[in-house]
Ligand binder design. Structure first.
Ligand SMILES: N[C@@H](CCC(=O)N[C@@H](CS)C(=O)NCC(=O)O)C(=O)O
Length: 363
C-alpha cells in the first residue's frame, strides 16, 4: 500500500500544488478522488469543514493545507534538495511567491474558469463527486457544488469593474513569466522549489486544464504551458537554484506586479485585522474575513472581502525576513526597493496567528 494518500481532484487548484510537489519529491503516494463519500467519511470528521486537498500520512494522521502538507512530507522524507530553499533570500522569495500563487493568482484562475468554462466546470465537478451517476445527473450535482466556488468570485474581488484589469494583468503576467522561462527552467533557477509548486495551483487546474483557458495560455505563452507540464509531472530539472542565493533578474517584473497589486490589498486587510485582533484573545478563531477592502488591478478597482488567510501566508514571509542576518537583510531590502516593495520590510502584523485543528487562531 502506498505510504501517503492524497484526497483531491484534478479540477482543484490546491490539489495540483500538492500533487506536483509529491511527484517531484518522489514520495510513495496514491491519489483518491474526493467523492461525496470521501468528504463524509474522511474530510469532514478529520478536518471539520469541506476542503481539499488533504493528505493521509503513513501513520494515518490527516494533514490539511498545502503548506503543512509540504512541510510534513519534507520532515518525514528527509531528502535533498529541500522544497523550501535553504538560503535566506531565496527562501524569502519562495515564500513571497507562494503568497502570490496561493492568494492572488486566484483572481485570474477563478475569473477565467467561471466566465469562460462554466458548463465544463459543472460537468467536471459532478463527475468527480458522483462518478456512478449519468452525465445529466452529474451536471446537476456539479452545478450545485460549483455554485459554492463560483460564489467566491466577489469575495476574491472578481467583478465586472475589475475583470478588465484582471485580464490585462494576467496577460502581462504570462508575458513576464515567458521571458523569465527563456532564461531559466524554473522560478528560482534550474530546478523547481516551493514557489513553482505554488504557481502550479492556479496555472495547472484552472488556467491550463480548463479548455478555454488552456487555449489562451498555449497561444499567448507556450513556454508557460511547457513549464506547467514539466512542473506538474514532477520534473526534477537539470541543475540547482541560482548560485549564491541569487534571485534571477527576470523575476523582478513578477515581483513588481505582486507588490503593486497584492501588497496594498494585504495592507488594507491588515488594518481591519488589527481592529478585530484588538478585541480578541489568544486562542480565538480568526474569522475567514474581517470586512471589506478595495482591490486595484491595472487601474480597475472594485470591492473584495478582507480575507485573513493571506495574512497567514504573509506571516511566513515576514518570519523568513525576520530570521535573516544583517547581510541577507541588506540584500532583501535592496531587492524589495527595486520591486516597489519597501513597505514589506516594515510590515507588521498586529498579532501572531497559529493553526489549530485545521483553522486559524490567534496565537
Ligand atoms: N490554504 C488551503 C486552501 C485549500 C482550498 O482552498 N481548497 C479549495 C479547493 S482547491 C477548497 O476546497 N475550498 C473550499 C473552501 O475554501 O471552503 C491549502 O493550501 O490547502
Amino acid at each position: 500500500m502506498p505510504a501517503y494518500t492524497l484526497y483531491g481532484a484534478e479540477v482543484s487548484y490546491f490539489t495540483g500544488k500538492a500533487r506536483a510537489y509529491l511527484r517531484w519529491r518522489g514520495a510513495d503516494f496514491e491519489e483518491q478522488i474526493a467523492t461525496q463519500q470521501v468528504y463524509r467519511d474522511i474530510i469532514l470528521p478529520n478536518v471539520g469543514w469541506p476542503v481539499i486537498p488533504v493528505l493521509k500520512m503513513p501513520d494515518g494522521s490527516i494533514v490539511q493545507d498545502t503548506a503543512d502538507i509540504i512541510e510534513q512530507v519534507e520532515a518525514a522524507e528527509h531528502r535533498e534538495p529541500p522544497a523550501l530553499p535553504a538560503t535566506p533570500l531565496q527562501r524569502f522569495v519562495a515564500l513571497l511567491l507562494q503568497l502570490y500563487g496561493d492568494e492572488w493568482l486566484t483572481l485570474p484562475a477563478m475569473h477565467y474558469r467561471w466566465t469562460y468554462n462554466e458548463d465544463w466546470a459543472y460537468s467536471e465537478f459532478g463527475a468527480l463527486s458522483a462518478p456512478q451517476l449519468s452525465r445529466p445527473e452529474q451536471y446537476e450535482i456539479g452545478k450545485k457544488n460549483g455554485q459554492r466556488f463560483k460564489g467566491a468570485l466577489p469575495v476574491l474581488g472578481v467583478h465586472p469593474e475589475t475583470i478588465p484589469g484582471i485580464e490585462r494583468s494576467y496577460e502581462a503576467f504570462l508575458r513576464e513569466f515567458s521571458q523569465h522561462l527563456e532564461a531559466h527552467s524554473f522560478l528560482l533557477g534550474e530546478r523547481p522549489c516551493l514557489a513553482d509548486f505554488a504557481f502550479i495551483g492556479p496555472l495547472y487546474a484552472h488556467l491550463y486544464r480548463d479548455p478555454e483557458s488552456g487555449v489562451l495560455m498555449k497561444r499567448l505563452a507556450p513556454r508557460v504551458a511547457d513549464w506547467v507540464e514539466r512542473t506538474h509531472a514532477g520534473d526534477a530539472g537539470t541543475g540547482d537554484l541560482a548560485a549564491d542565493d541569487g534571485i534571477p533578474e527576470t523575476l523582478l517584473p513578477i515581483l513588481k506586479r505582486q507588490m503593486r497589486e497584492q501588497l496594498p490589498a494585504l495592507k488594507a486587510t491588515n488594518d481591519l485585522f488589527a481592529g478585530w485582533a484588538a478585541e480578541a484573545s489568544s486562542g480565538d478563531a480568526v474569522p475567514r474575513a474581517v470586512g471589506q477592502i478595495e482591490v486595484s488591478i491595472e487601474g480597475f478597482t472594485g470591492p473584495a472581502a478582507a480575507r485573513t488567510f493571506p495574512l497567514w501566508r504573509l506571516q511566513a514571509v515576514l518570519d523568513a525576513y525576520g530570521a535573516m542576518d544583517t547581510d541577507a537583510k541588506a540584500r532583501a531590502d535592496a531587492l524589495l526597493a527595486s520591486v516597489g516593495g519597501r513597505a514589506l520590510a516594515s510590515f507588521e502584523l498586529p498579532a501572531r496567528m497559529a493553526r489549530k485543528d485545521c483553522r486559524l487562531v490567534l496565537a
